[in-house]
Every structure is written in structure tokens, then in C-alpha cells.
Design a protein around this ligand. Structure first.
Ligand code: ADP
Ligand code: MG
Length: 243
């Protein structure tokens, strides 16, 4: 679906992504693990052009986008084809759950308002929050807020979901409901890049696990392989620390 070639991102002279090459197939669910500060979030943000990389290419259905020379239309296409689920939910505080889900459909995807609100209600039903349609984020639990964040991504029908540590801002009591919803989304063979520290979850849903360190993909493979028999000492050392 998308190929990434030589993706490089530099902050203050320091490379944070060091020439990432990655092919994402349609329907593939890829979990990204690795210590903090290694560029996992930056990789997702670059894919959505929330950040502009210094170098590299995206090849989208065979069409090449030079990230440095990307035209507005190409950036828009990448944004339409991706949906972001943020660690801190990133909901509009002054909008209801329904409006949070409908907003992007209206403003980014040009869906008629009435149709967008219908879609939002349908999604709220699906994610078990129909009774919270008119609630504002501040009155929702962290788990409910993140479910709205996931609902917003589901509503977009984007081909690729970019999911950045979806449970790490949550109190432990809300982690399960969020992982359950994401598991359901993943089981529908939604193409996903998901950064997570929830190893059991990664094991369950991922087709492939990438271990990143220092802005590079150090090792990748099926979860059975990476979690039980990693080859690189850096992967082993990381897993030893967190498991
Ligand atoms: N907007 C920014 N400006 C400067 N440095 C940044 C910015 N965003 C991230 N960084 C730095 O880039 C590195 C990688 O960050 P990040 O992608 O958030 O790592 P991870 O998600 O793996 O924890 C870190 O050293 C971080 O401090
Ligand atoms: Mg991060």
C-alpha cells in the first residue's frame, strides 16, 4: 500500500529518523516497539505530514512522493488516506463526542453535515458510547475519550491508521476497554501502524513487529520471533527490561 524509502528527520541538527525503509502492505498490522526518544512518534507524524521530513520518499500505489517537494495535493492525499490516534486523544474540548467524530468528516473529507452526524451516531453506537453523544470530553473518562478518538479514526474510513501509544496516558482501569476496541479494529484487517508498550496486545494483533532504536529499524519479524527469539542484542536488552 505504501513504501517508505530513506525517510530522514532532523531536529536541531540531530537525526531522529535515520533513513527508514518500510513497506506497509494493505491489511497489515505492524506494531512498533522501542525505547522512548527513538523516533517512533516522529515516524508516524512524518507519514501524516504533521512533520516535514528532511529526506525520503513515499511510494503510494506506485506513485512517488518526494517528501521534500511534496505538493499540497499530495500532502492532502496522505492525510486523507491516514487517520491518527493520539496518545493524549487530541479531542476538541469544546465539542461533543458526536461533533468530535463528525468534525473531520465535514472539514477534511467534505461530507455533508447531516450525513457526518449520522455516521458519528452510528460509530458511537458501534463503540458503545451512544449515550455519550452529547457529552463533552471533560465529562468522559480517559478510556471513553480515547474510544472517541478511535471512533473518529474509524469514521474516516482511512486506509492506514497511525496509532501512537494509545493507552499510555490512561489510568490502568481504562486500558482494557481501549485495547479491546483496538483489537476489534485490527481484527477487521485494518492496515495499522501502532506504537505500543502493551506487549501482549502487540503479540495478539500484529502481523509484524518492528523494534526501533536511535531512529533506525533495528530488527523486525513476526511477533512469535521478535518476542521469543530476537536476534539483535539491543532488541533482547529492551525486551528484558520491559517484560
Ligand atoms: N518537535 C520537536 N522538536 C525537537 N525535537 C523533537 C521534536 N519532536 C521530537 N523531538 C526529539 O526527537 C526524538 C524522537 O522523538 P519521538 O519520535 O517522540 O520518540 P519516541 O516516540 O520513540 O519516544 C527525541 O529525542 C525528541 O526529543
Ligand atoms: Mg512517542
Amino acid at each position: 500500500m505504501i513504501q517508505i524509502r530513506g525517510l530522514t528527520k532532523i531536529y536541531n541538527g540531530v537525526p531522529v529518523l535515520n533513513g527508514i525503509d518500510l513497506d506497509i502492505k494493505k491489511g497489515e498490522r505492524i506494531a512498533i516497539i522501542g525505547p522512548s526518544g527513538t523516533g517512533k512518534s516522529t515516524l508516524l507524524r512524518c507519514l501524516n505530514f504533521l512533520e516535514t521530513p528532511e529526506k525520503g520518499e513515499y511510494i503510494l500505489d506506485g506513485k512517488m512522493i518526494d517528501v521534500q517537494k511534496a505538493k499540497a495535493a499530495q500532502i492532502k492525499e496522505m492525510r486523507l488516506r491516514t487517520a491518527f490516534i493520539f496518545q493524549n486523544y487530541a479531542l476538541f474540548a469544546n465539542k461533543t463526542a458526536r461533533d468530535n467524530i463528525a468534525e473531520g468528516l465535514i472539514t477534511v473529507r467534505g461530507v455533508a453535515k447531516e450525513r457526518a452526524l449520522e455516521r458519528a451516531d452510528h460509530i458511537l453506537q458501534d463503540i458503545g458510547l451512544a449515550d455519550k453523544a452529547d457529552a463533552y470530553p471533560a465529562s468522559l473518562s480517559g478510556g471513553q475519550q480515547q474510544r472517541v478518538g478511535i471512533g473518529r479514526a474509524m469514521a474516516s474510513d482511512a486506509e492506514l491508521m497511525l496509532v501512537d501509544e494509545p493507552t499510555s496516558a490512561l489510568d490502568p482501569e481504562w486500558v482494557d476497554e481501549v485495547l479491546q476496541l483496538l483489537t476489534r479494529v485490527a481484527q477487521a484487517h485494518q492496515t495499522m501502524l501502532i506504537v505500543t508498550h502493551e506487549m501482549a496486545f502487540a503479540k495478539e494483533i500484529a502481523d509484524r513487529v518492528l523494534f526501533m532504536e536511535g531512529g533506525r529499524i533495528v530488527e523486525q519479524g513476526p511477533p512469535e520471533k521478535i518476542f521469543t527469539n530476537p536476534e539483535d542484542p539491543r532488541t533482547r536488552s529492551f525486551l528484558r527490561k520491559i517484560l
